[in-house]
Design a binder for this molecule. Structure first.
Ligand SMILES: [Zn+2]
Length: 141
């Protein structure tokens, strides 16, 4: 195959350059190696905290009541498992009451407005739950 006349093998004045066999082979037969562009490093995504989230409206009220009730009990186990067992038992006596919370602030205001009847039910449910957990602790199992 005769050497093609192109800019690569002519000099500034258009005269054919003397090229070696290897050089002609490289320029005419070998396509430029395709070096893939290195993929840019992925930008780590930092998710913003969610503005809204679901919250069981009873949860904070029951947890607060359980904390208050257990504070003064000397004959009750103080471990975390027993505390959350009391909360779970009490919470399970109420129907699920989910609300959309915006950063928790509106929700906390709503809890403070719980009516007296609901508050009495929470106190009773926590008392019953404490009795059950105290007599049947399942910590350490
Ligand atoms: Zn315990």
């Amino acid at each position: 195959m005769p050497a093609k006349k192109n800019k690569l093998n002519t000099d500034f004045f258009g005269r054919e350059k003397k090229t070696s066999v290897v050089q002609r082979f490289i320029t005419e037969e070998t396509p430029a190696p395709q070096i893939p562009e290195p993929a840019p490093a992925p930008v780590p995504e930092i998710a913003p905290p969610p503005k809204y989230y679901l919250k069981n409206a009873m949860e904070d009220a029951v947890i607060d009541e359980a904390r208050a009730a257990l504070k003064h009990m000397t004959d009750m186990c103080r471990c975390e498992k027993c505390f959350y067992d009391v909360c779970a038992l009490a919470l399970n006596t109420f129907p699920a009451s989910y609300a959309t919370s915006e950063q928790g602030e509106l929700f906390r205001k709503a809890v403070n407005l719980l009516n007296a009847e609901t508050r009495n039910k929470i106190v009773a449910a926590v008392f019953d739950a404490i009795t059950i957990v105290k007599e049947n602790p399942i910590h350490g199992r």
